[in-house]
Write a protein that binds this ligand. Structure first.
Ligand code: ARG
Length: 576
């Protein structure tokens, strides 16, 4: 444990428990603006045991157990204790972190099997910015969860089944596979879908063909399945090219589309029936989850089987929960899906709970997110008024980054510049998405995203590259300073050290609400603390042993920057 606040808490626990007659009592230690930390637990405890909070606080400050850890303990206000950590204590923690490949981040104590449902684009439809959000947020949660030692199963719940496939397959036949595949694999998915749709609207014969094709597809007709597979494969090839540019972890092994759950739905439906949960509503078979009401205040049904006897999107999500819990042994399921599907998912979870498939401590959480808005504050659209194609956005990000880097560092060789541009462009896009509270909408803004100042991807990457360049200039191997003891002399060194030691807590806080923006804030604060240190404390120009100590502090900062950016799925170039 290298977080000084956590260490202090551990030391305080027996003291607080003694004051509470032997029962545990939380010392409530928090970071503070006034001191390194503040102990706030005396207030609540005083109320509980009927004592004066300042008296309790005074007795805490007199405890011998804290002498090694705190250089000053001061009672303030109604009974807070302001703590200043002792220099040797912080220095010893830093030495421990510098020696640790995990930089102080310990594995979680409650290891879980976690299924993370993210990205989930639809076959033969364009990926848009909503899928960007799901993909980027989901991927960062995967990385954080894995870092804490959880067993993470990624599932890409692509939309690869349903009625539209009748018309899509017929359109594929009309075009011929070669023509269709050149359009689809180059990412011209929207025109394919629109053409099919237009034909469907115009021609009754085409409608009839599409209808028959759906029947064949659902009946498992071999030839139809081959055509369906072609469509799915072509779209997947395209999705994979986007994933590779984005640098996310998803591969074909993670595909778990709606089609996978088709064979399971009959059984799940039967179990709903056996549990007596089905009722008839206007010819459809429905379940009423507890507590869901429509606008008139009547119970809201979740449709399990339509009037025509078809299973629904909701039914496939029920089967999906059952599969995740019973086959995969999930303890936790995260659904990284846009906020408009909140009601759908809540109903699914609620029906699963009612049926006994989702019982505590197993948990399903909707990790929702807001919209991406254009400059006009409305949903982001292309100039033609369509939703913006994700692949175009990625290309533009890289192009713009390349121009920005050429301006900032004209000396960088062209091939190097191209590589860095990819890291910076994609990093900027991802950071911009991750750094606002996911629940909120955000306004897309190239200039803000690619700025080298403020809380942006490029600023953080630049902080990392700058440290690397200090070592390059002095021709010093970074690993060579890792055993050097770090001495904290100037206040900027101390502030930076405290920030570095808070890294593990930043990860757990971020995962506590599945909110990557909290980790973003941490990385930004770390880069800012480094920047103050770099301004006030000369590194290479200092005399030994200060020079080596500062190099060691800079190296540790670069390691935490690269590691934390890595958890956000953002690359850390050594030069830019
Ligand atoms: N394919 C859906 C869409 O694009 C998202 C699927 C989300 N996951 C789920 N299990 N329902 O809206």
């Amino acid at each position: 444990m290298t977080d000084p606040i956590a260490t202090l808490t551990k030391l305080l626990e027996p003291i607080f428990s003694e004051m509470n007659g032997g029962d545990p009592a939380d010392p409530v230690v928090r970071p503070s603006d006034r001191a390194d930390a503040q102990i706030n637990g005396a207030l609540a405890l005083a109320k509980k045991v009927g004592a004066n909070p300042r008296d309790l606080a005074e007795s805490v400050t007199e405890s011998a157990a804290l002498t090694d850890v705190a250089s000053s303990l001061e009672v303030a206000g109604p009974g807070f204790i302001n703590v200043e950590f002792s220099q040797p204590f912080l220095e010893s923690l830093l030495a421990e972190v510098a020696n640790d490949d995990r930089l102080g981040v310990a594995a979680a104590t409650d290891l879980k099997t976690v299924v993370i449902d993210y990205s989930a684009p639809n076959v033969a439809k364009e990926m848009h910015v909503g899928h960007l959000r799901s993909t980027v947020i989901g991927d960062s949660l995967v990385r954080m969860m894995e870092c804490l030692g959880h067993q993470v199963i990624r599932e890409n719940h692509i939309g690869d089944w349903g009625r539209p496939f009748g018309m899509l397959i017929e359109h594929l036949l009309d075009l011929g596979e070669d023509v269709a595949s050149s359009g689809l694999s180059q990412g011209d998915l929207d025109s394919f879908y629109k053409e099919a749709n237009a034909k469907f609207a115009e021609s009754e014969t085409f409608q009839e063909r599409a209808r028959q094709r759906v029947v064949l597809l659902q009946g498992g007709d071999e030839e139809t399945l081959v055509l369906w597979r072609r469509l799915v494969d072509m779209s997947n090839a395209y999705f994979n090219s986007v994933y590779s540019t984005l640098g996310v972890l998803l591969t074909d092994d993670d595909l778990a589309g709606e089609s996978r759950y088709q064979p399971l739905m009959e059984g799940v439906y039967q179990r709903l029936d056996d549990a007596g949960l089905l009722s008839e509503d206007d010819g459809a078979m429905v379940v009423y989850p507890d507590g869901f009401k429509n606008r008139d205040g009547d119970p809201l049904p979740m449709i399990a089987k339509s009037r025509t006897g078809a299973f629904m999107y909701a039914t496939s999500d029920l089967a999906c929960v059952v599969d995740r819990v019973e086959r995969l042994g999930a303890d936790l399921m995260l659904y990284v899906v846009g906020s408009p599907q909140a009601n759908h998912l809540e109903m699914v979870f609620s029906v699963c709970a009612k049926a006994g498939w989702l019982v505590e401590p197993t948990e399903a959480v909707h990790v929702g997110f807001g919209n991406v808005l254009g400059a006009d504050g409305k949903m982001m659209r292309s100039r033609a008024g369509d939703s913006v194609k994700l692949a175009d956005l990625l290309d533009e990000a890289i192009e713009r980054a390349e121009a920005a880097i050429a301006e900032k560092n004209p000396e960088l060789a062209a091939d190097q510049r191209a590589k860095v541009a990819e890291m910076v462009g994609i990093g900027a896009l991802k950071y911009f998405d991750l750094s606002t509270d996911r629940i909120k909408d955000y306004q897309f803004d190239w200039d803000r995203m690619l700025a080298f100042e403020g809380s942006t991807g490029p600023y953080l990457q630049y902080a990392h590259a700058r440290i690397c360049s200090v070592f390059r200039r002095a021709d010093i191997e970074r690993a060579s300073v890792r055993q050097v003891p770090i001495a904290l002399i100037e206040p900027q060194e101390r502030a930076l050290a405290l920030r570095l030691l808070a890294y593990p807590t930043a990860i757990t806080a971020s995962l506590g609400t599945y909110a990557p923006h909290k980790l973003c804030t941490y990385v930004y604060e770390l880069a800012s603390d480094f920047s103050s240190f770099y301004q006030e404390c000369p590194i290479l120009k200092s005399k030994e042993p200060v020079r080596s100590s500062r190099l060691a502090l800079a190296d540790l900062t670069a390691r935490v920057l690269a590691h934390s950016l890595g958890l956000l799925g953002i690359a850390a170039p050594e030069e830019m």
